[in-house]
Ligand binder design. Structure first.
Ligand code: NAP
Length: 528
């Protein structure tokens, strides 16, 4: 993730910087200690209006931990914000749905746990960055590890450690620290400040630092040594191109291989769908399914055999996340990866399930402003809830096991109702994410037909059978229906785009999947 610091002296200037930065990069950091008259609600609303995907970090840096570049002469206008006011501001950021708030370790255990609890109370939409900066030097690796552990133990979702480089070797300490954090499966942002620390600003994100700070042309830096976004991207490309992976050179030019990682995989339609698409796009390569026992070994295999991309299915969508170098923010928010992209040995995880689900739904209805019942609270329900919220809709969770339903509802800050209350809920649409109604139980439905009369649209994530009992009942009740096959095709098309950069042959993929499903339906009917 590249994050642009917003460090303007006035609210109006900050709004202009947000307008330029929010659509351009992955994240922005609102430095409320520098934006003298900054009104947080308006700044956040501006960023959200401009980009639905930009991540927002709200920070109110202690004077003792900030070292602005001399050229900007920020020092004079840095506010020394009292602790109570700072806590109020960070809590307001949490209430406003900021993606991250940053608090320094030096603010103390009491303040940090107060914020942690506040995040929980607000549905954990906001992640806590616990940070530590040394504006004079880089301590030893041993000391850095102690500081890291203190930040992690304080309740950080993401630990941020930024010392000042006095010599080039200091950069190696922060890279070692990133390795240390990765070994503990913790997210870390780390680099060195200062001109000599620029090396770490380029390498740390490739090494596993969660995000990197960079500036747009004419934009203000929040720390000395920050590079331009353009320079960061050029360096990154150069380094990636030069990574020595001889396997890549042994493959015929343009050859790309792909795999499915899951258990079981025998019934999967992904191989036939993707191989048909690869052939149509004239991409030399093949997609094969592997029934996997050990997700760590499977991921090592993807790296070692220079497999360009992988689909991940049940039961490994969460387990593989620990072994990847980078997780896309959407996948991180859903808590599951169904797609891996291999860039010369560096593995990134994505989630295309939520995208496929909302894309399929949008063929039949608007999502923004509408209420949707999400039936179920498993992995696919998480994708559904995340996707509906991201599109501006209102998900309502209904699940058989109350504890699981409540947990999901708390995670995404939305209501939960027990299965028995389904009849009393007023909603525009219903999405079934349970496996009720899948072959061989194709005569079952998770919802009684008399409860389906008020929905305008009903979607079933199940795609075998193509038209489940639930969808048949919903169509009879007058609702528009969406088959899980549509979600399957769209999520696959998005995977292909991530792997190859090419637009997927959607119609061909759809035709292939529907033909296979109809054939299998005939087989099932023949057996009856
Ligand atoms: P999961 O994590 O195991 O969750 C299943 C959910 O279904 C749980 O919340 C469970 O409720 C509920 N459930 C199961 N049996 C039930 C029953 N008899 N009555 C009421 N609720 C019941 O599964 P998942 O990974 O989310 O997968 C769910 C379905 O999505 C599968 O059929 C899968 O094939 C499909 N899927 C489709 C696509 C696509 O592209 N179309 C993609 C991914 C998955 P409890 O919490 O009470 O146990």
């Amino acid at each position: 993730m590249i994050c642009i610091p917003i460090v303007d002296a006035t609210h109006q200037e900050a709004l202009r910087s947000i307008e330029r930065s929010a659509p351009a990069e992955d994240a922005i950091e609102l430095r409320m200690d520098l934006i003298a008259d900054g009104e947080l609600p308006r700044l956040i609303a501006c960023a959200r209006r401009i980009s639905g995907r930009v991540r927002i970090i709200v920070t109110c840096r202690r004077r003792e931990e900030a070292l602005p570049p001399a050229s900007l002469e920020h020092t004079e206008r840095r506010k020394n914000i009292p602790r109570t006011m700072k806590m109020r501001l960070l809590k307001q950021a949490i209430e406003l749905g900021a993606d991250y708030v940053d608090i320094e370790l030096a603010e103390g255990e009491k303040s940090i746990s107060e914020l942690r609890r506040f995040c929980e109370k607000n549905g954990n939409r906001t992640q806590l960055i616990v940070s530590w900066h040394d504006i004079e030097k880089t301590p030893s690796l041993k000391e850095l590890k102690t500081i890291f552990n203190a930040c992690a133990d304080a309740g950080a979702d993401v630990v941020k450690i930024v010392p000042y480089a006095r010599r080039l070797g200091d950069n190696i300490r922060v890279l070692n620290l990133i390795d240390y954090a990765k070994g503990r499966h913790r997210k870390i942002i780390s680099m060195c400040m200062g001109e000599l620390g620029q090396v770490s600003r380029i390498i740390a994100p490739l090494w596993g630092s969660y995000l990197a700070f960079a500036v747009l042309p004419g934009g203000g830096k929040s720390a000395p040594g920050q590079l331009s976004v353009k320079a960061m991207k050029e360096f990154r490309q150069l380094l990636r191109r030069q990574q020595p992976f001889p396997q890549a050179w042994l493959l015929p030019p343009g050859a790309m291989n792909f795999i499915l990682v899951g258990n079981p995989v025998r019934q999967s339609l992904s191989p036939v769908m993707h191989n048909t698409a690869l052939e149509a796009l004239k991409i030399e390569g093949h997609y094969s399914a592997f029934c996997v026992m050990d997700p760590a070994a499977a991921v090592a295999g993807i790296r070692g055999m220079n497999i360009r991309g992988a689909s991940v299915t049940i039961p490994f969508k969460t387990a593989v996340m620990d072994f990847l170098d980078e997780i896309d923010p959407d996948a991180s928010a859903v808590g599951a990866v169904n797609t891996i992209v291999n860039e010369c040995g560096r593995l990134s995880g994505y989630n295309t399930d939520w995208w496929g689900l909302t894309r399929a739904l949008k063929d039949k209805t608007k999502i923004a402003g509408k209420t949707f019942v999400v039936l179920g609270a498993g992995g696919t329900a998480r994708s559904a809830v995340y996707g509906i919220k991201k599109e501006g809709g209102r998900p309502v969770i209904v699940n058989r096991t109350a504890d699981k339903g409540k947990e999901l509802a708390a995670m995404f800050d939305c209501p939960f109702y027990p299965l028995e209350s389904l009849g009393g809920i007023k909603a525009h649409g219903l999405i079934n994410t349970t496996s009720v109604g899948m072959y061989p139980q194709a005569d079952q439905s998770p919802v009684a037909p008399e409860l389906l009369t008020d929905y305008r649209v009903v979607m079933d994530v199940i795609y075998n059978p193509l038209c489940t009992r639930l969808l048949q009942d919903a169509a009879a009740a007058g609702a528009d229906i969406v088959s899980g096959a549509e979600m399957f095709v769209y999520q696959g098309a998005q995977q292909l785009k991530l792997w190859t950069g090419r637009q997927a042959p959607l119609e061909l993929m759809r035709k292939t999947v529907y033909e296979r499903l109809k054939k299998s339906e005939k087989r099932h009917q023949g057996k009856k």
